[in-house]
Write a protein that binds this ligand. Structure first.
Ligand SMILES: Cc1cc2nc3c(=O)[nH]c(=O)nc-3n(C[C@H](O)[C@H](O)[C@H](O)COP(=O)(O)O)c2cc1C
Length: 140
């Protein structure tokens, strides 16, 4: 089975987990980057409202061609209870019919408040959600 792990990370923790996930599954790894970069302040001011509204943001290319994969694992940090906006941009990259897993990284390890909306978002994209998991970030 051909698997891709696609992720966004601001502070680096989702990147570490995404690398480990891709290693463990022998998957291709793709990082997406928003055209308008975030810093910790704009993440709160601009990113959190967009996250709650499940809005996407333009990404910098080249973008992965996800039609080559049987399964796509999407990974992103939780901002204000929802996946950070580049997650929504990743969902827009999914070809209809893709089998998707979602791994959300957060300090609480609890994204249950957005779980139903995210599941609906994947279904609306014409995809099948095979798994939805939380990762509680380890502080060093
Ligand atoms: C703008 C912002 C909002 C956040 N909101 C939440 C939240 O609602 N719940 C939570 O558990 N963690 C929240 N966090 C913590 C991040 O989800 C956590 O630090 C995550 O590991 C960051 O991933 P990254 O290092 O890959 O960017 C927030 C962090 C930021 C920067």
């Amino acid at each position: 089975m051909k698997t891709a792990v696609v992720y966004f990370s601001l502070g680096g923790s989702t990147r570490s987990y995404a690398r480990a996930e891709a290693d463990a599954r022998q998957a291709a790894l793709f990082e997406v980057r928003p055209a308008q970069k975030y810093n910790p302040i704009t993440a709160f001011v601009r990113g959190c409202p967009a996250a709650r509204a499940q809005k996407s943001v333009p990404l910098i290319g080249p973008l992965p061609n996800l039609s080559e994969y049987d399964r796509v694992v999407l990974m992103a940090p939780v901002w204000a209870g929802f996946p950070a906006p580049p997650f929504n941009s990743m969902v827009e990259l999914l070809p209809r019919g893709t089998t998707v897993e979602i791994l959300l990284v957060s300090s609480s390890g609890d994204s249950s408040a957005c779980a139903d909306k995210v599941r609906e978002q994947i279904q609306n994209a014409g995809c099948t959600l095979a798994a939805q998991r939380d990762i509680r970030v380890m502080r060093r």
